[in-house]
Ligand binder design. Structure first.
Ligand SMILES: *Cc1c(COP(=O)(O)O)cnc(C)c1O
Length: 364
């Protein structure tokens, strides 16, 4: 399987190269050249790991099956259960990883695959990430002690939660957390500046580990198949659900759309956003206007210029009409988010975090 740049000005590469480079040399994002149609069936021994092998083997064909199996087993050491909330709504619990963020799923897989490739090629790399919380913690834990990798995490002083600051700063070893006197945007700017400096990139083999990297994005496809499998086991083999994805940078929704293209039975998607609603506006008007982000209660979704939208556009042939056939959208305000946390608690005694509450409100 080859991967192409969304900007169309860079040569096709293997997964290995896309993983090492992150961004394509023409500043585009790598996307699969074509998505094969895979048979979907739920056997009695179905599991997250089995779906991982089934879905990732054709995409990452350069990694031999026994190595891929080991990578999956080391990366995903926690369950991803589908839990009933109401008769109509099920929640996919992606928070059972070591840092409690769904980003553990992709970050741990990327760490294992990247180390595997680097050790084989006898190379080393330095990863630089900016974070407002979730990414930094998941990357720090996912890459801790990963052979041939050094990580620098830039976080804004006083602007992340105490728990997440501790998750990033107490590991040591190959993980270096850098407290920046500034905002998340300042951290992001420093990272972009460094990655744009060819001398620095070459001297330290610099790369990054956010969802522009396919090594983080592709593994996320797997849990959509696993979610539908769990739903079909609970309800019936015929069920093809609508999947609501609380979205920020739109990596998670892109992975979901890849799952549907690969043959996972999903009827439709709802992109749920907070007040940062550039994608809902794009779906309504057909024109995309990035903005600065607005601060909300669901802060991991405060993104004004989502990177992965270009991947979704590429998947649907840059035709907004085709995107609309598969993806609807819904924006949810902070007031509605709070109301949803209260409503769900009153009805079910389940405490939703603000990001999930955006998704549940959109689902209702
Ligand atoms: C990162 C994150 C999101 C946004 O995911 P994208 O893939 O960037 O759309 C949503 N919720 C939580 C809790 C997150 O950590």
């Amino acid at each position: 399987m080859n991967f192409l740049s969304t900007n169309g000005q860079a040569p096709a590469v293997s997964f290995r190269q896309a993983l090492l480079q992150g961004l394509a040399p023409d500043s585009g994002l790598y996307v699969p050249e074509r998505l094969p149609s895979l048979p979907f069936s739920v056997s009695p021994d179905a599991s997250l790991h089995l779906f991982g092998k089934h879905i990732l083997t054709p995409l990452l064909e350069e990694i031999p099956l026994q190595d891929l199996t080991r990578i999956i087993e080391r990366a995903w050491t926690f369950p991803i259960p589908l839990v009933k909330l109401t008769d109509q709504i099920y929640l996919l619990e992606l928070f059972h990883g070591p840092t409690l963020a769904f980003k553990d799923v992709g970050a741990r897989f990327m760490a294992e695959t990247l180390s595997y490739v680097l050790v084989e090629e006898q190379r080393e790399t330095t990863i630089l990430v900016a974070t407002s919380g979730d990414t930094g913690s998941a990357v720090a834990h996912g890459f801790y002690n990963a052979p041939n990798i050094t990580v620098y995490i830039l976080y804004p002083s006083g602007k992340i939660s105490r728990l997440q600051e501790q998750q990033m700063t107490t590991l040591g070893g190959n993980i270096h957390a850098v407290e920046v006197a500034g905002t998340f945007d300042d951290c992001q700017r420093l990272v972009k500046h460094a990655l744009a400096d060819a001398t620095l990139v070459a001297a330290h083999n610099l790369t990054t580990a956010n969802s522009i990297n396919l090594g983080r994005l592709l593994p996320q496809v797997v849990y959509y198949a696993w979610a539908v499998a769990q739903l079909q086991t609970t309800l019936s083999k015929e069920v093809s659900p609508t999947v609501v994805v609380p979205s920020g940078n739109f990596g998670n929704l892109t992975a979901a759309a890849y799952a549907k293209s690969l043959g996972v039975p999903i009827e439709h998607f709802v992109a749920a956003t907070n007040a940062n609603d550039v994608v809902p506006q794009y779906l309504e008007t057909g024109s995309f206007t990035p903005r600065s982000s607005i601060q909300t209660l669901s802060n991991a979704m405060d993104v004004g210029n989502p990177s992965n939208l270009t991947r979704l556009q590429a998947l649907y042939g840059n035709d907004v009409g085709r995107i609309r056939q598969d993806i609807s959208s819904q924006r949810v305000s902070d007031e509605e988010t709070i109301a949803e946390i209260r409503r769900t608690y009153d009805q079910t005694r389940v405490v939703l975090d603000p990001h999930t509450a955006v998704g549940v409100a959109a689902a209702r």
